[in-house]
Design a protein around this ligand. Structure first.
Ligand SMILES: *[C@@H]1O[C@H](CO)[C@@H](O)[C@H](O)[C@H]1NC(C)=O
Ligand SMILES: *[C@@H]1O[C@H](CO)[C@@H](O)[C@H](O)[C@H]1NC(C)=O
Ligand SMILES: CC(=O)N[C@H]1CO[C@H](CO)[C@@H](O)[C@@H]1O
Length: 764
């Protein structure tokens, strides 16, 4: 394997370095960012160059509602007063059609009279798009703080590919929030809309509703209003229909949200995350709980890192939820992204839950509070039959065909007991991914289950609050240790604006991402960017990618090509790639001459951000190489992400320096330098006939390594002229100018920013 940067045909260059200023060296930082940093980092402009397609139309409120049609390959996008139909035609993401759907003038005026802003509040922000059937979509918008819903017809005629059916416009109360920023969730299934949403102008009261959308036989039904035990200032995050048994009568809708925790210490004002569920066939009670849920139950969703002294780090605030479908429709894996409200260390975490653990919490004991002055305890009394929360179905009990037939005892129990005593714990008892003290927080996630050579992996695509998408994979290794790998960090949007929505197309292997700036479409992998050899491809450990013998490219599990090389779990190129023992002799040795007492800089750049650089020095042929540690015996040597700097050179620093990149078990020699330290007394010797006999050796050494097409210098005087004046002075002034620039910059901004923006450059 050729060494990077070893300029093949070029003759060895003689390097003499002057004292290198140390201002820009930052060994500690360089080491720190290498740990667990993303393997691939692409800026917005990198992505523009072929990796992603963009549809831009900056608008306040952003594009919050996305609806993907996998079969036809288009994306419906809800924005301010408009719905757009986007599709990618090769080189572009284009709006093929759009429909204008404003709020009524009357409501815009009322909204403004109430003190709201025309720009950011008093418009119809489209927040919900749900498929109704092949030709129609149910759409809801805020309608200038007067929510409205309507049918949207698709592809009716070529002249009018998208239209709002004006006769279908109806109130959106209980389906869609009033404000473009209030949290909510809604899902249309079987002609009914299940929604968790605020129901008033101020956004103070929120409830879980079911509203008929199409000719459905069911009534309107909701959670009890003004009862903190049902819901306590909730922020809804997601809702899903998940079957419980083979009988549709047992089907349930699950709601995910965060709310003020009534059961926590009342002085503590904690927020907890929740999962709640209702039966689809719940029609409310007959004498009590009329048009109220009789099956509404909720449990706490825990995402925490166990601490050493029993004090767990809680990520309490649910931000987004993704239900990863599996072959078994009753048992998808539920992924949540959480943030911590702790101001000590801001952070985010991703936790995964099994449906079994969620069901176990709902089948467990109820929480109970005897009265206002009592604490929450586990309910130990008699539990009515059928068990509270069970759907009326033949599976458990043929007597009760409808929730209206439920015994009074059960209905009155349901009035008092919504909260389960046990919390739902994450799979593995801890997060699959944590990110603390990071510059941004995680806000959205989608998960793709990818079949790799060594098994299935759940790849997380995470949207941040500053316009980025991270691709990560996390798994338990043989040792039971969990490993989290950030594969990519993509800066999708120009400005650091929050990611609002993400849609995954598994069929097309595409990801759609929206923000206030617009919508981006990108592939799930960019394998070719990991590197152009098998080892780099293998070390990347991206389940989407494998080495096909020529390039790093998409891995297809179905293809029976045994030649595909991939090892996600261990990333071990030894087992996967045609690398035999890495031969250091394939890397050319560059001679370096430096003056005693001065400094020299040996360049060596890792090929991936995860590789650690190690330096060894072999002082003489018959001596063993020894490793140069980060903090040497004296602090004359400094290692940076770009190389090694040795200051105040001594004669003993001469020898063969080898730089190798280490990653897992893989070691690759990247650069070799033969450093010759020339005694400074020799250089300072006055120009004269000959140097003292004892000082002849350096001149010989110099001559030996001198570029072949040049004549060797005749004397120390020549050496000084050629080497010092020509090379060094130029370098010195160049460096001085650079320094001055840096100093000026430093005055303007903070040190840390300057460092980040001006990575140390190789001096030669
Ligand atoms: C864009 O990509 C091409 C190859 O796909 C590459 O040659 C070119 O340098 C890239 N340009 C920029 C500005 O990154
Ligand atoms: C879809 O639903 C709309 C509204 O109920 C109805 O008019 C239309 O005929 C339906 N289309 C199909 C293909 O079922
Ligand atoms: C070429 C060069 O920069 N030489 C410097 C080496 O260090 C001595 C003092 O230690 C300076 O005087 C030289 O200018």
């Amino acid at each position: 394997m050729p060494a990077p940067g070893a300029g093949g045909a070029e003759p060895p260059r003689m390097l003499i370095l002057c004292l290198l200023p140390l201002l820009w060296l930052q060994p500690a930082d360089a080491e720190a960012t290498r740990q667990g940093g993303p393997r691939l980092q692409l800026s917005h402009s990198d992505l523009r160059n072929g990796s992603a397609l963009f549809w831009e139309g900056g608008v306040s409120g952003g594009y919050q509602a996305l609806l993907l049609d996998e079969d036809r390959g288009w994306l419906l996008v809800g924005g301010k007063d408009h719905v757009y139909l986007l599709s990618a035609d090769g080189s572009d993401l284009k709006a093929h059609a759009q429909v204008h759907w404003p709020a009524s003038t009357e409501h815009v005026q009322r909204c403004q009279l109430a003190g709201k802003s025309l720009e950011t509040d008093c418009a119809n922000f489209v927040r919900l798009l749900q498929p109704l059937n092949k030709t129609h979509v149910y759409a809801c918008g805020t309608g200038a703080f007067h929510p409205q819903c309507a049918y949207l017809r698709l592809g009716h005629t070529a002249q009018e590919p998208l239209s709002i059916l004006s006769h279908t416009v109806e109130s959106g109360k209980g389906k869609c929030p009033f404000s473009p920023t209030q949290a909510f969730t809604a899902r249309l299934t079987d002609g009914e809309l299940y929604a968790g949403t605020p129901v008033d102008f101020m956004g103070v009261n929120a409830a879980v509703f079911r509203s008929p959308v199409r000719c459905s036989s069911h009534n309107h039904i909701r959670t009890e209003a003004n009862d903190q035990n049902w819901l306590n200032e909730p922020d809804f995050v997601g809702s899903f229909s998940i079957p419980d048994t083979h009988s549709p009568d047992d089907d349930k809708i699950y709601f995910f949200f965060r709310e003020r925790a009534a059961e926590a210490d009342q002085w503590d004002q904690r927020v907890y995350s929740r999962v709640a569920r209702v039966c689809k066939n719940d029609v409310g009670g007959k004498r009590s709980l009329i048009n109220r849920w009789t099956t509404f139950l909720k449990a706490r969703l825990v995402c925490s890192v166990p601490g050493p002294s029993g004090v767990d780090t809680q990520f309490d605030e649910l931000e987004d939820i993704f239900v990863l479908e599996t072959k078994d429709p009753q048992n998808p894996t539920v992924y949540g992204v959480f943030s911590t409200s702790s101001s000590v260390f801001p952070g985010s975490a991703v936790c995964a839950y099994s449906m079994a653990s969620i069901r176990a919490a709902f089948n467990g004991p109820f929480a109970h509070k005897e009265g206002p002055d009592y604490r929450w305890v586990e309910y130990k009394g008699r539990i009515p039959y059928p068990r509270p929360g069970t759907c009326p179905s033949e599976t458990y009990d043929a007597l009760h065909k409808s929730t209206r037939d439920f015994p009074d005892e059960l209905v009155s129990f349901m009035r008092q007991h919504q909260l389960m005593w046990e919390a739902v714990m994450p799979l593995g008892g801890r997060p699959v991914l944590t990110r603390v003290n990071a510059p941004s927080a995680l806000r959205r996630l989608v998960v793709d289950r990818v079949e790799a050579e060594d098994g299935p992996y759940d790849v997380l695509h995470l949207g941040t609050d500053d316009g980025k998408v991270l691709k990560a994979v996390s798994f338990v290794k043989d040792s039971l240790d969990r490993e989290e790998i950030i594969l990519e960090e993509l800066t999708i949007f120009k400005s650091p604006t929050p990611i609002l929505s993400m849609q995954l197309s598994t069929k097309r292997q595409q990801l759609f991402v929206s923000s206030e700036e617009g919508v981006a479409q990108l592939g799930l992998q960019r394998c070719n960017l990991y590197g152009s050899d098998c080892a780099q491809c293998c070390l990347a450990r991206d389940p989407y990618c494998s080495w096909d013998g020529q390039t790093c490219s998409t891995y297809f599990p179905s293809s029976r090509r045994r030649a595909r090389r991939q090892d996600v779990k261990h990333g071990d190129p030894w087992s996967q790639c045609p690398v035999t023992e890495d031969n250091p002799h394939s890397v050319e040795v560059k001679p370096v001459f430096a003056v005693e007492g001065n400094a020299t800089f040996l360049e060596c750049v890792a090929r991936s951000p995860q590789a650690a650089l190690r330096w060894t020095l072999q002082p003489a042929e018959d001596q063993e190489p020894r490793e140069l540690h980060q903090s040497g015996e004296d602090d004359r040597s400094l290692r940076t992400g770009r190389g090694l700097l040795v200051q105040r050179l001594q004669a003993a620093d001469s020898g063969l320096y080898t730089c190798a990149g280490h990653e897992h078990s893989y070691r690759q020699v990247l650069a070799r330098y033969r450093v010759h330290v020339i005694p400074s007394r020799g250089l300072r010797a006055p120009p004269g006939p000959r140097p003292p006999a004892g000082k002849a050796a350096p001149a010989l050494a110099l001559w030996y390594f001198w570029p072949h097409q040049q004549l060797p210098p005749k004397s120390y005087k020549d050496l000084r002229r050629v080497a010092v004046e020509q090379d060094c002075e130029q370098l010195w002034y160049r460096e001085k100018r650079r320094q001055q620039k840096l100093r000026n910059l430093k005055h303007e901004s903070k040190k840390a920013r300057v460092r980040r923006n001006n990575p140390p450059e190789a001096a030669l």
